[in-house]
Design a binder for this molecule. Structure first.
Ligand code: PHE
Length: 461
């Protein structure tokens, strides 16, 4: 065992960082909307089934792969099986692409947090226009340098934490951010569910709707649930492998993976309870993506009267923590492989220098996306897509991640079915062995194949 490696100082730290990686914008703006649009309670059942039959075994696989090799994705795959080294590359390119657009949204969150804190402390003098939240958002994202600067600040915070190391930066921040986030989320859920008219929102998310399951509609729901699950658990993005490589040898992988996947699902459900009742209580339309978080919800907070700025500040702070712990994980997902490459060349890994270089590279990538959002972009976009964000998203979420997951399932299920058993057996009785084997062989590959097909079809179809 490599004693010099900077590792998590406790199992709790590993859990907070990994749950932090999983809980992000996917939970807060992806899940509630998708659940409402895809059959409500029935979607939830399909989602949970996929979490435990596909997400959980892959989560175990990635943690074990990382811990066994004590390396980031590329080296981890290479040492496990040189044939599958290319999957390591997928796992390293994808999180960089994700980071480039995640920081743009991180910047928006920062802007909204600051605007709402100003409201809170200045008794309304700089108040966000109550009836014009849509215009406020449009104005901000088309304001040229302003959204870029916010993205750069968000990115700087991410990289400062990463540059402080695993136990000194990532673990310390996660240990503080994740419990705080949970408490803030509970406060917002209670507020949202006790609003007059909240029932409509609860109906939107929980109403069982089997009509979606007729004919081929079923496959769509299935794929929507599957890709949401995959992104939400941060699989195939180098993050979980990297965190696994910093996990102590006597920790129980089976139990840790179960806690991470379950916590992520619970927080998604809580996010749905926080967001949708409020949107419906104020008679707004549920929408997907940034519009939900920055237009609809800001309108809700503005309408809450004097307590609005307080709840808004709590809400955007909790979203900021969720986004930061995710952007940190994405960064570590590829940075760990760069540090490994330095070691392989006989050099001393220089985390601070690499963090600074990653900062510059991400500023470039994210600027393409911010520039596009100005609305009058004259940039060229590959494959006839309409924005660079779509291109980055297509490559990462649409192709590299599900394809990486498919290869992982085939590698662990069919090529080397028993070679991680010793890793699982450490600190655990590996009670789920037969179930694990069955899921990773027969359930995960077809589900992931379906996700790849549906994702590609959604972009090009
Ligand atoms: N799971 C995060 C979310 O739901 C996104 C993420 C993907 C984080 C990959 C790290 C790595 O927002």
């Amino acid at each position: 065992m490599n004693e010099n490696k900077d590792k998590f100082s406790s199992n709790f730290g590993f859990l907070m960082a990994s749950i932090g990686s999983a809980v992000g914008l996917g939970n807060i703006w992806g899940f509630p909307y998708k659940m409402g649009m895809n059959g409500g309670f029935t979607f939830l059942i399909v989602y949970l089934l996929l979490v435990f039959t596909v997400g959980l075994p892959l989560m175990m696989g990635e943690i074990a792969l990382g811990r066994k090799s004590e390396k980031g994705a590329i080296q981890a795959y290479k040492t496990f099986s040189p044939k599958f080294k290319f999957v390591g590359w997928f796992n390293v390119i994808a999180p960089f692409l994700l980071l480039c657009f995640y920081v743009v949204f991180g910047g928006y969150i920062l802007k909204y947090l600051i605007a709402n804190l100003k409201n809170l402390f200045s008794a309304g003098s700089s108040k966000i226009a109550v009836t014009h939240t849509g215009a406020f958002f449009e104005e901000f994202i088309s304001a040229g340098t302003e959204p870029m600067i916010y993205a750069w600040i968000f990115l700087a915070v991410t990289l400062i934490i990463v540059s402080l190391g695993v136990s000194g930066g990532i673990e310390k921040f996660s240990n503080f951010a994740m419990p705080t986030l949970t408490i803030m989320l509970i406060i917002i859920v209670i507020r949202a569910c006790t609003l007059e008219g909240a029932g409509e929102g609860l109906k939107f998310i929980f109403k069982p709707d089997v009509s979606k399951f007729e004919g081929l509609g079923f496959l769509e729901v299935f794929a929507a649930a599957g890709s949401q699950m995959f992104f939400s658990l941060s699989l195939s993005s180098g993050a979980i492998i990297a965190y696994g490589s910093y996990l102590s040898k006597n920790s129980n992988i089976e139990k840790n993976a179960a806690i991470i996947t379950l916590s992520d699902a619970i927080i998604s459900i809580f996010a749905a309870l926080a967001v949708m009742p409020a949107v419906f209580a104020f008679g707004l339309e549920p929408q997907a993506g940034p519009g939900l978080l920055f237009v609809s919800l800001q309108a809700v907070f503005n309408d809450m009267g004097t307590t609005g700025p307080l709840f808004a500040s709590i809400f955007y702070l909790l979203v900021l923590f969720a986004a930061l712990t995710s952007s940190i994980a994405m960064t570590e997902g590829f940075l760990s492989s760069i540090l490994d490459a330095q070691v392989a060349r006989g050099k001393k890994p220089n985390r601070k220098l690499v963090s600074a270089l990653v900062y510059l590279a991400t500023v470039l990538g994210s600027s393409l996306i911010s520039y596009d959002a100005l609305g009058n972009s004259n940039l060229h976009h590959p494959f006839g897509l309409s924005t660079w964000l779509d291109f980055f998203d297509l490559l990462a979420e649409g192709i590299l991640m599900p394809l990486g997951g498919l290869c992982l399932a085939i590698m662990l299920g069919w090529f080397y079915p028993t070679s991680l058993d010793d890793e699982y057996a450490q600190g655990s009785k590996f009670k789920s062995k037969n179930l694990y084997r069955f899921c990773i062989r027969y359930i995960a590959p077809p589900v992931l194949l379906l996700i790849v097909i549906v994702q590609l079809n959604a972009f090009f179809g």
